[in-house]
Ligand binder design. Structure first.
Ligand code: SER
Length: 327
C-alpha cells in the first residue's frame, strides 16, 4: 500500500458517470482535492464551480502531466471512453480514445508513483460465446464490438500493470447505467434513459431495441457507490483487480415501459430496432456478481421500481420548471 488517496483527478468528468462521480468525490475528499478534466465543456455550473476544472484530452499525455504536477495527483479515475454504438460508427477513434487513455493513465501511475488508479470496464467485454444468463465473473471474453475489444484489452493491460509493475489499478464491469443528471451518449443501453425523458415530455417513445431485449442495468446511486467502494477496498482482500462483475437488476424495454405506465398510464411505446439490436444481442441478460460481493462487500440497493419512481419524480420536477434537459 502506498498511502492514502489525497489528490484525485477525474478524467471524463463531464460524462454521464463522471459528472456525478465528481460531486460524490468532492463531498468525500474535499472540493479542492478532486480535480475535474474533460475534453468537453461542462454543461452545468456544478462541475466547474465546485472545484478545479481543466480541458484535457486523455490521449495527450502532456495535458495530463500538467494537471498531475500542478495538483500533485496521486489517484486517477479514468471515465473517458467512446461507448459501444459510437464505437461501431468510428472504430478507430474508439480504439484511440479508449486504449490511448488506459495506457496514458497506467504510465502516469508509474511515473508519478501514484497510490491508485480506477479504470472501468463494461458488460460489453462479454460476447455471443459467453453464457448469457447469470454470467460468471471469470468466463469467455470474446466481444464482437470495438468497444468490447477495448474493454477486454483494457482489463488485461491493467492486470498486467498490477503484476508486472505493482500499480494498484482497479475496475468494474458496468452494466447499463440509468441516471437523470447527464445524458449518456453513444451507448446501446441509452434507451433506458431516453425513455424517461420522452415519457415525461411527449408521453411516447420509439425504442431502438426490441421489446424483449433483456439487459443488465443499474441506477446511478448504486453505480457511484460501487465505484467508490471498490476504490476504497482493502487491497489485500482483492483476488481480482480490473474485471469485477457488478449487478443490480435486468429488464427489457417492455418491462421498463410497464413500470413507467404505473405512473404515467397513457404512456405509449413502439419498437424500431436498429443496428444497436445486434450489439445488445451479444451481451449478457443477467450478471453474477458474487466475486464483488465476496471481495469488497458489494450489494445493490435500488430495484427497477424504486429507480423508476425516483427517475420520474426528479425529471418531472425539472420539466415543471422548464429545465428538463438542464442539470
Ligand atoms: N452503457 C454501455 C453501452 O451501452 C455499456 O457499457 O455502450
Amino acid at each position: 500500500m502506498k498511502g492514502e488517496m489525497k489528490n484525485i483527478l477525474v478524467i471524463g468528468a463531464c460524462g454521464q458517470i463522471g459528472s456525478e462521480l465528481i460531486v460524490a468525490l468532492r463531498e468525500r475528499y474535499g472540493r479542492d482535492n478532486v480535480v475535474a478534466a474533460d475534453i468537453k465543456e461542462p454543461k452545468n455550473d456544478e462541475i466547474a464551480s465546485s472545484g478545479p476544472f481543466y480541458y484535457a484530452d486523455v490521449t495527450e499525455r502532456a495535458c495530463l502531466d500538467v494537471i498531475i504536477r500542478k495538483h500533485k495527483i496521486d489517484t486517477i479515475y479514468n471515465m473517458a471512453a467512446i461507448l459501444s454504438a459510437s464505437g461501431e460508427k468510428n472504430p478507430q477513434l474508439c480504439w484511440k480514445v479508449n486504449m490511448g487513455g488506459v495506457i496514458n493513465v497506467l504510465q502516469a501511475a508509474i511515473d508519478y508513483d501514484m497510490v491508485r488508479v480506477i479504470i472501468p470496464s463494461s458488460i460489453a467485454a462479454f460476447g455471443p460465446d459467453t453464457p448469457r444468463e447469470n454470467t460468471p465473473n471469470d468466463t469467455i471474453l470474446r466481444p464482437t464490438t470495438m468497444y468490447g475489444v477495448t474493454k477486454v484489452c483494457g482489463e488485461r493491460l491493467c492486470d498486467y500493470y498490477v503484476k508486472r509493475f505493482g500499480v494498484d489499478v482497479r475496475g468494474l464491469r458496468y452494466p447499463g447505467i440509468i441516471s437523470y443528471k447527464t445524458l449518456p451518449g453513444g451507448g446501446t443501453t441509452d434507451y433506458a434513459v431516453e425513455i424517461f425523458y420522452k415519457a415525461i415530455e411527449e408521453g411516447r417513445y420509439t425504442c431502438f431495441l426490441e421489446e424483449n431485449t433483456l439487459l443488465p442495468m443499474m441506477y446511478m446511486p448504486d453505480c457511484i457507490r460501487a465505484t467508490i467502494m471498490l476504490a476504497e477496498a482493502d487491497f489485500d482482500r482483492l483476488e481480482h483487480h480490473n474485471d469485477f462483475n457488478v449487478a443490480a437488476f435486468s429488464f427489457t424495454p417492455g418491462e421498463l415501459a410497464r413500470a413507467i405506465k404505473k405512473y404515467i398510464p397513457e404512456f405509449e411505446i413502439e419498437y424500431k430496432p436498429d443496428y444497436r439490436q445486434e450489439i445488445a444481442n451479444s451481451w449478457p441478460t443477467s450478471i453474477d456478481d458474487s466475486v464483488a460481493r465476496r471481495e469488497w462487500n458489494w450489494k445493490p440497493e435500488w430495484t427497477i421500481d424504486s429507480m423508476t419512481r425516483d427517475m420520474l419524480e426528479k425529471l418531472s420536477e425539472r420539466h415543471k420548471q422548464g429545465k428538463l434537459y438542464d442539470m
